[in-house]
Design a protein around this ligand. Structure first.
Ligand code: TRP
Length: 332
């Protein structure tokens, strides 16, 4: 049991994008076969409740997200995969950690400030507590490493602070997590604005490829992808649109950027877009087939979620018991 724990939560909002697949999932597929690590992934459904959700839609989307991650090849035998709301220790530890989080530090979080501005009519306590729930997610599992993008760095920082604060007050209890900066995982940009990351919440549907998009949608979106005014197929900072297309092609084919450029050299922009679109269609076709199979067997899907929750609870329970004891709650 000296495998390093890697933990990540996935909010079931928007869609799972090609960017998620190439940027994160492809790395996770490698990690699940690396015996140095035990990966734990939760669908962070409680986090998503900090903004209003339509219940029936939300439920379907959460299930669909879980199925999409399975369809991408994340194996529930190799990773612990579950829904956050199925493991009640998350909310319980959140309460304890709340009592060690200063209102000042929570209200200084960039994401809290941004979301408050975006939803001025719904600045709820959950929004402010969001990073504390995330800290609980991480700290329950003796997590050593958390893969984080820039937007979540500050939240990981608060998780580290809380862990150290608690450890200093009550003796060593929590592992202090470190960020996992992934090595290769190419960054995929918006097809409409190639200087911004492809985002699952982009309002322009043409900017994002969902891993469940139909072949027609994929080809149409690439046809409309923003490029530039010259005709040269070259990778470079001054050519964000073309570079993004080259990166996508290289990632889908599993080849280097140099080789991708060689293969694509000489094409017109129109045929470049077609080649890149086809490479994406090819990559996603088997995933979509698996997704449909998984969604057609709800009972099996729920069983996978149930087993995942049981595995997670087993670890979380032990941590929470230790914490309750340390803070002086009466043990039965
Ligand atoms: N807040 C993260 C996001 O929106 C999701 C998340 C929830 C998470 N719990 C986590 C990420 C624990 C890493 C670790 O991206």
């Amino acid at each position: 049991m000296d495998k390093k724990i890697i933990y990540s939560g996935i909010q079931p909002t928007g869609v799972v994008t090609l960017g998620n697949y190439i940027g994160a999932l492809q790395n996770w597929l490698k990690l699940q076969d690396d015996t140095n690590y035990q990966c734990i992934y939760s669908i962070a459904d409680l986090h998503s409740l900090t903004v209003r959700q339509v219940p029936a839609e939300f439920r379907n989307r959460a299930l669909s997200f879980f199925a999409q991650y399975l369809a991408c090849g994340l194996d529930p035998q190799k990773n612990i995969m579950y829904f956050q709301s199925h493991v009640h220790e998350h909310t319980e530890l959140t309460w304890i950690l709340n009592c060690f989080t200063y209102v000042g530090e929570a209200s200084r979080m960039t994401q809290f400030k941004e979301k408050s501005q975006k939803h001025p009519d719904n600045i709820n306590m959950g929004l402010m507590d969001y990073p504390v729930l995330m800290a609980a997610d991480i700290l329950l599992y003796n997590t050593a490493l958390v893969p984080v993008g820039v937007d979540q760095k500050q939240h990981l920082e608060i998780a580290r602070d809380l862990a150290m604060r608690f450890n200093n007050l009550y003796s060593s209890t929590f592992t202090v997590p470190e960020p996992l900066i992934s090595k290769v995982g190419a960054k995929i940009m918006s097809l409409q604005n190639p200087t911004a990351k492809m985002s699952k919440s982009d309002e322009n549907v043409n900017a994002t490829i969902s891993i469940l998009d139909s072949e027609d949608d994929i080809m149409r979106k690439f046809k409309r992808a923003v490029t530039d005014s010259d005709t040269e197929i070259r990778f470079g900072e001054d050519k964000p649109g073309i570079s993004n297309l080259i990166t996508i092609y290289a990632s889908c084919k599993g080849i280097s950027i140099e080789n991708a450029v060689k293969e694509l050299q000489g094409l017109t922009y129109a045929s470049l877009k077609e080649a890149v679109g086809s490479s994406v269609v090819q990559l996603l076709a088997p995933i979509k087939l698996r997704y449909n199979d998984i969604m057609n067997d709800k009972e099996n899907l729920l069983n996978i979620a149930r087993e995942g929750a049981e595995q997670a609870s087993y670890i979380a329970r032990k941590t929470l018991r230790k914490v309750y004891k340390k803070v002086g709650l009466v043990q039965l």
